[in-house]
Ligand binder design. Structure first.
Ligand SMILES: Nc1ncnc2c1ncn2[C@@H]1O[C@H](COP(=O)(O)OP(=O)(O)O)[C@@H](O)[C@H]1O
Ligand SMILES: [Mg+2]
Length: 211
């Protein structure tokens, strides 16, 4: 099977302190892989490194077999890489739900007009069962609603690799269950950082522990 992402002997230092050393993983095409570790171990840092949002101190990262030698190399794959931040408020770039969800289409020039972006955004909201939120203000939503709107904004560009950082943080049981159901139905490769073993068990049995 071809790999969407491979990381070889990644080392990370934050503020001069070594966080992890020689960490390697492979994410196969359409595979869902959970990255489990307790809080503070370095999951968010690792996800950001693998997504090209932070530099590693050493090691190699391959996206679709193409080596990323610097953060700049990620740019050509940017529209194919989605990142769902732990805090949905960090994800929103527009006030209204419809504008926010369609934003990626316009910023990556995947749509010719705002009208077309709106139509696709509405379709995406419908597919996640949240079209009733389209005219709401992102910051007025509940935690569970915010998470699904943020996910809609990530999925709209049809990314091939999606990084999810603690997707159930702050969600109640029913929102977590709905999110697990949605993620299970998505056909992208996924790396999901979590310490929520129950949630992960609903999505995948592929687990990688950050020791
Ligand atoms: N920008 C930063 N400056 C200093 N320390 C940081 C920074 N980002 C993360 N850390 C520290 O690095 C460690 C790992 O953080 P993080 O990657 O957020 O872990 P996790 O996601 O597993 O909870 C923590 O001790 C955290 O305080
Ligand atoms: Mg974290």
């Amino acid at each position: 099977m071809s790999c969407s992402l491979s990381a070889v002997k990644i080392c990370a230092k934050i503020a001069g302190r070594e966080l992890f050393r020689d960490f390697s993983l492979s994410l196969a095409h359409k595979q869902k892989l959970a990255l489990l570790a307790p809080n503070g171990r370095g999951k968010s840092t690792l996800l950001m490194i693998l997504a090209g949002l932070l530099p590693a101190s050493s090691g190699q990262i391959f996206i679709f077999d193409d080596e990323m030698k610097s953060l700049k190399d990620f740019e050509k794959h940017r529209s194919k890489i989605g990142f769902l931040f732990q805090d949905s408020n960090e994800q929103f770039v527009r006030a209204s739900v419809l504008d926010d969800v369609g934003f990626g289409l316009l910023s990556f020039e995947l749509c010719a007009s705002k009208d077309e972006a709106d139509k696709k955004a509405l379709k995406m909201l419908e597919s996640l069962g949240i079209s009733h939120l389209k005219d709401k203000i992102c910051f007025h939503l509940s935690g569970g609603e915010k998470k699904l709107v943020a996910l809609a904004g990530v999925l709209i560009t049809e990314p091939k690799i999606v990084f999810l950082d603690e997707p159930t943080a702050g969600l109640d049981e029913s929102s977590s269950a709905r999110l697990a159901e949605i993620l299970g139905s998505i056909d992208a490769s996924m790396l999901i950082a979590s310490h929520d073993k129950d949630f992960i068990s609903k999505i995948t049995s592929n687990i990688c522990e950050l020791e």
